[in-house]
Ligand binder design. Structure first.
Ligand code: G3H
Ligand code: 13P
Ligand code: ZN
Length: 374
């Protein structure tokens, strides 16, 4: 099956009330783990690569690995998504490399650290929508900055994230502003800030509503009932995975993630895409450490990459079942990028999702046509 855009998958998820985990990859084994989990649970999947992953893997390797996944698992609809694009050019580069969905994270400036102004966010996100929708590629935007409501600190554990202290209004997406943002940008999905952050150290104790604001998602959903919401930083940081790492010589401090039942509450309130990376990193690391300690004589990478891949597959299968995407692979409408481009142009996804006419774009709405020349 060819790689599909994200919008029809999220539309299907909304129709049937499920969420889809978006799983980060950096290498072949991670892609294999996801595809095996998808096959075992009959799940559609979103596979995403950060800028760091694209640099580590090289776009061409990534593109061919993803095409191999689509070819080897013809029954699984697969979305190839750019995670946290920092600039229009990053997203356009991804589109050129075959990504079927991109995230323009304009909540931060191009440096990936400085909280951006609202008007900058609207303009840069609109610029990406203008280009992406002409190619039938889906666009996720972000409003509000990820970071901890416990400490007020921005989220920079993974290299991409706000530095320093943030205000409550930056850390929590404003529902009225979300309406304006979606209407002005024409995005397909909106990532929201509710107190989650990337990496292993999200909460110092099991989170309650004051530090993990699922209620904010519910408020946004009330105002934007047909907008697909996205939860970033949504690893659950399972205690057993942390324990395995520490048992075999690792050093992970006491920490808590986003409980699966809170994500399920989010799914009931319009969350359709849930980003998970850290849980897989923990699973892989624990499995490799275990082999190194228990079989110090092992030096064939397959000896430790095989259990690592299996450990990641286990996490992926669990999330696919918990988020409800399991069993839906064969029902997702298979729409080509060309068909999507036509549907956007025809206004099928709303006037805002139509790309601006090039002349209008040049007059300051974002520069769709000029952006294509980068
Ligand atoms: O955005 C966060 C993801 O976990 C990707 O992290 O930038 O270290 O690849 P990364
Ligand atoms: P975690 O670090 O919680 O897995 O979040 C991943 C993420 O949001 C990627 O964009
Ligand atoms: Zn993220």
């Amino acid at each position: 099956m060819p790689l599909i855009p994200m919008r029809p998958l999220l539309d299907h998820a909304a129709q049937h009330g499920y969420g889809v985990c978006a799983l980060n990859v950096n290498d072949m084994e991670q892609i294999q783990a996801i595809m095996e989990a998808a096959r075992a649970t009959r799940s559609p999947v979103i596979i995403q690569a950060s800028r760091g992953a694209r640099k580590f893997t090289n776009d061409l390797f990534l593109q061919h690995l993803m095409l191999a996944a689509a070819e080897l698992y013809p029954e699984i609809p697969v979305v190839m998504h750019q995670d946290h694009g920092n600039a229009a050019d990053t997203c356009i580069g991804a589109i050129r490399m075959g990504f079927t969905s991109v995230m323009m994270d304009g909540s931060l400036e191009e440096d990936g650290k400085t909280p951006a102004s609202y008007e900058y966010n609207v303009a840069v996100t609109r610029e990406v929508v203008n280009v992406a929708h002409r190619f039938g590629v889906s666009v996720e935007g972000e409003l509000g900055c990820l970071g901890s409501l416990e400490t007020g600190q921005g989220d920079k554990e993974d290299g991409h994230g706000a530095e320093g202290k943030l205000s409550m209004s930056q850390l929590l997406t404003d529902p009225s502003q979300a309406v304006d943002f979606v209407n002005r940008t024409g995005i397909d999905a909106l990532a929201v800030a509710i107190g989650t952050s990337h990496g292993a150290y999200k909460f110092t104790k099991k989170p309650t509503g004051d530090v993990l604001a699922i209620s904010r998602i519910e408020e946004i959903h009330k105002k934007l009932p047909s907008c697909h919401l996205v939860m970033h930083g949504s690893s659950s940081v399972p205690q057993d995975l942390v324990a395995t790492i520490n048992k075999y010589g690792g050093k992970i401090r006491e920490t808590y993630g986003v409980p699966v039942e809170e994500i399920q509450r989010g799914i009931k309130a319009g969350v359709r895409k849930i980003n998970v990376d850290t849980d897989n990193r923990l699973a892989i690391t624990g499995a490799i450490r275990k082999v190194f300690v228990e079989k110090p004589e092992e030096f064939d990478p397959r000896g430790y990459l095989t259990p690592a891949r299996a450990a990641m597959q286990q996490v992926c299968e669990a999330r696919m079942k918990e988020f409800g995407q399991a069993g839906h692979a064969s029902e997702v409408p298979i729409v080509s990028l060309a068909q999507m481009a036509q549907a956007y142009a025809a206004g099928k996804f709303g006037e805002a999702a139509k790309a601006d006419a090039p002349s209008a774009a040049h007059k300051g709405k974002g520069g769709g046509a000029s952006a294509m020349h980068h």
